[in-house]
Design a protein around this ligand. Structure first.
Ligand code: ZN
Ligand code: ZN
Length: 490
């Protein structure tokens, strides 16, 4: 692993400061000195094995993005300021699409358009939680997307505690009748976000599981890593035939308080009020713009983010910054002259509430000749690793060499794409490249009221644009056929 320091409280890493001090554009020799200073000698030695000469025009575009890009910030700042929270299917998201159409047009993209679709829409209502006995006090709670309503009078019931998701799985059917299930877990801070995979099921499928055991409602410890009284929302799903139950997330400090109460061994009763509503089929849409290529037979490079956010915040890092990064990189590619392949920018609608935009895109464009897809949806902190699902080793080597001076190491995992490009990747077995962002502080903010512009570090945001323009330039201009890596034989 590259020996980079985690971001400091200011949001800027030791690495970035060293980088600025060294001046930009940075030379490989200077980069090496920084890596050595940070104790990353092993990385430097191992990555020289695939070093390739980097096209000087690409290097210049990359280094200019690193030093000077303003487009990604302008988009992130503009969306969060002029549109604000923009939940899928709502009037706010529609304002976001109008903003996006005007912005992509102003930036000079071709074929800027909206492709609308209809989707079932859920909106938040009142939300409160309080311990009724034995230690009466209020707790910070938010409804999970897809939760049913308790009704205005609320639900008062005894809490049944499950330290982990696996403990809930082991509970007998019917054992939770009339009770409120409480699932805890221990999500930890990781650079690659891997702990989300461990803790996430409490939110993704915990409510459905509790409902099948007869629970009247559920609260979970928020899926997050912060120490604030900010509950983390996010979608949950119920299987056909399972009646949705009221489902909320407690802030992490409140969930820990509840754990301490339960350890005292007396029955704990909670009153939960959640009054979300389903408002039926509403219009959402994808916003698309293109950089036209010279060779229609070479296929399309698809790059995506999602335009919608949860309603609790302005979605600065989830995912306004992703839209800023992909559009800024495509704009810089445009400035380098006509690429071989068309690059299509997809600002997807209604991702948070069920990946509706990604699915609608895959259906509408199932006959288009895509060759590779990429997505930015993991915050605004620096890219630290690149993973590939590419049949051409030569193309992967060129990308790895082009991003290496940005402090990006080459990973060993098969690239997986992302939520919005998932449906089209699956439908067409597309190649993908993952520019993995540092997720160390992502889950402090994720789906909370704290996901606001002040958390975005402009220096790290520019590093993202630099990495993206480097990768895009290679993919859009490669003379090789682009295809996914062959599936390994069993
Ligand atoms: Zn997202
Ligand atoms: Zn999200």
């Amino acid at each position: 692993m590259i020996g980079l320091a985690p971001p400091l409280a200011s949001g800027r890493s030791r690495f970035n400061r060293a980088w600025q001090d060294a001046g930009a554009p940075i030379s490989l020799a200077a980069m090496t000195r920084i890596q050595l200073a940070l104790g990353a000698t092993a990385l430097f030695v191992s990555t020289t094995a695939f070093a390739q000469a980097v096209d000087p025009r690409l290097a210049a575009a990359r280094d200019d993005a690193l030093a000077n890009d303003t487009v990604a910030w302008d988009i992130t700042e503009g969306l969060t300021t002029e549109v604000g929270p923009r939940q899928g299917g709502t009037e706010a998201e529609a304002r976001g699409r109008a903003w996006a159409l005007a912005k992509l047009t102003a930036l000079g993209f071709a074929n800027v358009r909206e492709e609308s679709f209809m989707m079932p829409t859920w909106v938040r209502g009142d939300e409160t939680a309080e311990i009724v006995s034995p230690f009466p006090q209020k707790m910070a709670v938010t409804a999970l997307g897809g939760s049913s309503s308790t009704g205005a009078k609320g639900l008062e019931a005894e809490i049944v505690y499950f330290p982990t998701y696996a403990d809930l799985e082991a509970a007998p059917v019917g054992s939770l009748k009339g009770k409120i299930a409480f699932i805890s877990h221990s999500m930890i801070r990781t650079q690659d976000g891997s702990s989300y995979g461990f803790a996430g099921p409490a939110r993704w499928t915990g409510p459905n599981l509790a409902a099948t055991k007869g629970a009247a409602g559920i609260v979970i410890k928020s899926i997050g890593t912060d120490r604030h009284r900010n509950p983390h929302t996010g979608g949950t799903g119920f299987q056909p035939g399972v009646k949705p139950i009221p489902s909320g997330a407690l802030s992490i400090p409140d969930a820990e308080n509840l754990e301490r109460m339960l350890k005292r061994g007396r029955p704990v009763r909670m009153k939960l009020v959640l009054t979300p509503r389903d408002i039926g089929q509403q219009r959402s849409g994808n916003v698309i713009g293109e950089v036209l290529g010279s060779d229609p037979q070479a296929g399309i490079v698809l790059i995506a983010c999602h335009l919608d956010s949860w309603d609790l915040a302005t979605g600065a890092t989830d995912d306004a910054s992703g839209c800023g990064i992909v559009a800024a990189a495509a704009k810089r590619l445009m400035a380098m002259g006509t690429p071989r392949r068309t690059v299509r920018v997809l600002w997807a609608g209604a991702e948070e509430v069920g990946i509706h935009g990604g699915r609608a895109y895959a259906e509408a464009h199932k006959t288009d000749r895509h060759v590779v897809a990429m997505e930015s949806d993991f915050g605004a902190d620096r890219v630290w690793r690149v993973d590939f699902n590419l049949g051409s080793t030569a193309v992967a080597d060129r990308i790895a060499s082009a991003v290496r001076p940005l402090g990006v190491t080459r990973g060993q995992r098969l690239a997986g794409g992302g939520a919005d490009i998932g449906p089209i990747i699956a439908a067409q077995s597309l190649a993908s490249v993952d520019l993995q962002q540092d997720g160390t502080r992502y889950f402090d903010l994720h789906h909370t009221p704290d996901d606001t512009l002040d958390k975005v570090d402009p220096v790290q945001l520019r590093q993202n644009v630099a990495a993206w323009v480097a990768a895009l330039s290679v993919l859009a201009n490669a003379s090789e056929v682009l295809a996914a890596a062959p599936v390994a034989a069993e």
